[in-house]
Ligand binder design. Structure first.
Ligand code: NAD
Ligand code: MG
Length: 399
């Protein structure tokens, strides 16, 4: 490769730069050489304009976008004199995704990440995929789009990144099972009675990983693992029964692949998202990353437990969604978002989240499949409406 100063910089766009994944991405990029090495065609955020503007200036981004249309002028004035192009709202977000780039970090949380990520996919960019909703809600369509676009899909979710690292391409036919590890979250040892009474604050306090609010609470309910089961099915082409979950409180083994000869390959590392992010950025090479090295003598012990599905019904719901297929992944995710928001708002208890998702999935179990992305959005909206009415009805009954 030509290493003269004329060599063009590596282009990385970042969707959701102000979030936990986005900030870690910028941290890794700074560590790997920052502006000397990377160019940032587009960077996006939403409410935290001050941080987004600082990130855009620091990386000398070409295009900065807030998802919130009403904050356009705030961002514009925060970037005055920088020469950085500014945009706002859903169409600017899609344009940010569509700008030419070598790699796109998909770090927006929720279904809002789907359209801008698909824009990058269509443009042939390699995708570092943190946003799990893209695959959970639109798995088959997303896959078709990747194949058509020609880019590479690099999973950033730590479990899927681990599997990606140990899945031997020429041995795919010999994969028996995929074993996703789960920390078990802050309520691993709680009784159902104790779980019924927990607050959003305690649910958000993850024992090992530092993450955004929603994913932290989803980890406590294991809805995060449920999404990851569906994500794994789409990423690695597994049948539902090939995807297992094991509780591993230390979060040192990030996941494993079992082969037909009985071998199990695992990827281990400190629980630090910069590992998976750095892997995706450096791929297909390995970079030198500022993550803690494992000291096995200090670790001394790794524990494993079968998950208790009566306390964590989300796992069973994921299996049901996979078996039913069609739009049930989108329904599970849309209903889960509403249930999660209701829990955060103090309207429902922690354990009720799974009841609401289950009821919504049953109501919308009509065998429909997504023919295009609008079908996915429609299923998402319908699931949210149904989940809202389930919550409203149960509140009436409780009165
Ligand atoms: P976060 O809440 O910290 O950040 C979310 C980002 O998305 C922010 O930049 C925010 O401004 C932006 N955003 C939020 N709502 C938006 C909307 N409606 N439109 C456009 N932008 C919006 O979340 P996070 O923890 O960084 O997670 C991001 C994604 O990565 C999620 O899908 C999550 O499941 C996944 N993920 C995160 C981690 C982690 O360690 N944080 C690990 C694995 C996977
Ligand atoms: Mg994960």
């Amino acid at each position: 490769m030509n290493s003269s100063p004329a060599t063009r910089k590596r282009r990385i766009s970042i969707l959701g730069a102000t979030g936990s994944i986005g900030r870690n991405t910028l941290d890794v990029m700074a560590h790997l050489g920052g502006r000397e090495v990377f160019e940032v065609p587009a960077i996006t955020g939403m409410g935290n304009i001050e941080l987004l503007a600082a990130q855009a200036r620091q990386t000398d981004a070409k295009f900065a976008v807030t998802a919130d249309l009403a904050r356009y002028h705030d961002l514009k004035s925060a970037l005055a004199g920088s020469g950085i192009e500014v945009g706002a709202g859903p169409s600017a977000l899609i344009e940010a995704g569509a700008r030419d780039t070598d790699l796109l970090m998909a770090g927006i949380v929720g279904i809002a990440g789907l359209a801008p990520t698909l824009a990058a996919v269509a443009n042939g960019a390699n995708i570092a995929l943190a946003n799990k909703e893209c695959l959970v809600s639109a798995g088959d369509l997303f896959h078709e789009a990747i194949t058509k676009g020609g880019g590479e899909l690099l999973p950033v979710d730590s479990e899927h990144n681990a599997i990606f690292q140990v899945l031997e391409e020429n041995q795919r036919h010999a994969v028996d099972r995929i074993i996703l590890t789960a920390s078990g979250g802050p309520f691993r040892d709680y009784t159902r009675e104790q779980m019924a009474a927990v607050t959003p604050e305690t649910a958000a306090a993850h024992p090992n990983w530092s993450m955004g609010l929603k994913i932290s609470i989803d980890s406590a309910s294991m809805f995060n693992k449920a999404l990851e089961m569906i994500e794994a099915r789409h990423l690695f082409g597994m049948r539902p029964e090939q995807i297992e979950v094991i509780v591993h409180p230390q979060s040192i083994i990030h996941s494993m692949v079992g082969y037909t000869d009985g071998s199990v390959l695992a990827q281990l590392g400190a629980p630090d998202m910069r590992h998976a992010i750095g892997y995706a950025i450096a791929y297909p090479r390995r970079a030198s990353l500022p993550v803690e090295r494992l000291d096995f003598a200090k670790l001394a012990q790794l524990d494993f437990f079968a998950p208790d599905e009566t306390r964590f019904p989300a796992l069973g719901l994921a299996r049901t969604a996979m078996q039913r297929g069609g739009l049930q992944g989108a329904v599970l995710n849309g209903a889960k978002e509403i249930a999660l928001e209701a829990f955060i708002a103090g309207q429902i208890g922690f354990l009720e989240m799974a009841d609401i998702v289950a009821a919504t999935m049953d109501k919308l179990n009509d065998g429909r499949v997504a023919l295009n992305i609008d079908d996915v959005y429609a299923a998402d909206r319908e699931a949210r409406d149904v989940a809202q009415s389930v919550i409203a009805n149960s509140a009436r009954i409780a009165m």
